[in-house]
Design a protein around this ligand. Structure first.
Ligand code: FES
Length: 71
């Protein structure tokens, strides 16, 4: 699922970015370019980072099952 439409960044990309060491919004946006245009995806990116980091994110980590309502 696309999280950032402006930069065509998906949930999978964000999850992999967090798992590879980008542990906060600033790091993820710099690494992927997500959230740097209109900014409407910032809340979703932040939520996905938190869920991925907390390991309490089985639904978020499974990008096929991630829904905006999870936020
Ligand atoms: S949707 Fe991500 S910056 Fe616009």
């Amino acid at each position: 699922m696309y999280v950032c439409l402006c930069s065509a960044v998906t949930t999978d990309q964000i999850i992999q970015c967090v798992r590879s060491g980008c542990k906060d919004l600033d790091a993820v946006t710099k690494q992927l370019g997500a959230g740097l245009n209109c900014g409407s995806c910032i809340y979703m990116i932040s939520d996905l980072i938190a869920k991925t980091e907390s390991q309490d994110c089985s639904r978020a980590v499974d990008s096929d099952r991630f829904e905006p309502d999870d936020i």
